[in-house]
Design a protein around this ligand. Structure first.
Ligand code: FEO
Length: 394
């Protein structure tokens, strides 16, 4: 990616990772970008770096604007390795003695990742840094999504460098929202669901704080994907809506199957839900990636989870999904379990336990069918679908 001047004296100098398809368990079918920003002022400042493997590409981009040795300050908004993995290479080239700004927790966390004794300058929430003509303000955003996370706000330019928040795993040449329009929203939504959903209450609080501070925003520059400049309020409003997790009349029937019995149950439940006017979809766990299912979980009012009993337990893909979903702490869900078994049939009870631990409403003990769902089993699936549909919002 060539450097691009996104505002007077401010350049996007990050890199595109076209080929990444798995980002620590999140499917990135469209690749991603690691964004970094160079501010040309009396004090030349680099905001964030990139993944280690791309550090030389970042330095090459910077070199097209200025000799990296002329950088005075480096700011690390976030310790995670996709943004700070390139720090050793960058600091070596920029000069190990240069000042490295980060949050207090960022200092601690970066020190645990890297042995170098860099010239750290930890900043406090609301701290300011003059670059000459510009002022930067630092905003701590603890647990959005790491304890070290912070935003950097360029006051005169009205630009928020928002680290992971408002990002998307999307590799493309568009760079700005006005060049891709609505097509970016599914990527932003998937990103929110898989990265920020557990912190929904903090997102709402942050938006309140930013509103109270009356921060004017001409541009939001995240560390992944496109920059929001046409209407930064659009992504903020989307975050408010997604954080509320308002349940829709929508259900997911997530399952795996060994000999099609649990599959037959899943499809019968979906059919029954459809007859009750519920937007429902079966999601076979070896056909759908867990991160795509979670994107749909965001506004679903009901989650059905189906598993055959395998060796007295839950089928492995279903356990994987339950573990992943539990960590993301979705709210406001009604849930139910189902599945076939041969001779012991533990899976449904084990799933119920997981669903209850997730604080989902589980109004039915679920359905176990021995071997194949004969007429009685099929009717039980229809009845379960009717019961759950009756509890969903109209
Ligand atoms: Fe894009 Fe939390 O790293």
């Amino acid at each position: 990616m060539q450097p691009v001047e996104i505002a007077k004296g401010i350049f996007s100098v990050g890199v595109i990772d076209w080929n990444i398809r798995d980002f620590h368990g999140y499917s990135t079918d469209y690749g991603t970008t690691y964004n970094a920003y160079l501010i040309m002022d009396d004090k030349v400042t680099l905001i964030d770096t990139v993944k280690k493997e791309f550090a030389d590409d970042l330095l090459h981009n910077i070199s097209q604007i200025i000799d990296p040795r002329k950088i005075d300050y480096v700011i690390s908004n976030h310790t995670e390795m996709d943004h700070s993995g390139g720090l050793p290479r960058v600091m070596h080239r920029v000069g190990e003695e240069k000042t490295l700004y980060c949050s207090m927790v960022g200092h601690k966390n970066l020190s645990m990742h890297f042995p170098q004794k860099w010239n750290y300058q930890p900043v406090e929430n609301g701290g300011k840094l003059s670059l000459g003509k510009r002022t930067l303000t630092f905003l701590e955003t603890r647990m959005l999504h790491w304890p070290d996370s912070m935003f950097t706000y360029a006051v005169e330019d009205k630009i928020l460098f928002s680290s992971d928040a408002f990002g998307q795993h999307y590799a493309g040449l568009e760079l700005f929202d006005d060049r891709i329009n609505e097509a970016i929203m599914p990527h932003a939504r998937k990103y929110f669901a898989n990265i920020l959903m557990p912190y929904s209450p903090l997102v709402l609080k942050l938006v309140d704080n930013v509103t109270d501070m009356k921060l004017e925003l001409d541009m939001i520059c995240p560390d992944h994907g496109i920059i929001w400049r046409k209407d930064p309020g659009k992504i903020i409003n989307a975050y408010i809506e997604w954080s509320r997790q308002k349940p829709e009349r929508k259900a997911l029937v997530v399952y795996d199957t060994m000999w099609h019995s649990t599959e037959k149950m899943a499809e019968t439940i979906v059919e029954g839900l459809g007859q009750e006017g519920v937007n429902a979809r079966p999601m076979h766990l070896r056909k759908w990636h867990r991160s795509d299912i979670i994107t749909e979980v965001l506004d679903a009012g009901a989650i059905f989870v189906g598993s055959p009993t395998l060796n007295n337990g839950i089928f492995p893909t279903v356990s994987d999904f339950l573990t992943y979903m539990k960590g993301l702490k979705p709210k406001n869900k009604i849930a139910a379990a189902f599945g076939s078994y041969g001779w012991s049939g533990e899976a449904v009870n084990l799933i119920n336990k997981e669903l209850e631990e997730m604080k989902f409403q589980v109004p039915d003990p679920g359905i176990k069918v021995q071997y194949v769902p004969a007429e009685v089993g099929i009717e039980a699936c229809r009845e379960l679908a009717r019961k759950i549909a009756g509890l969903l919002p109209e």
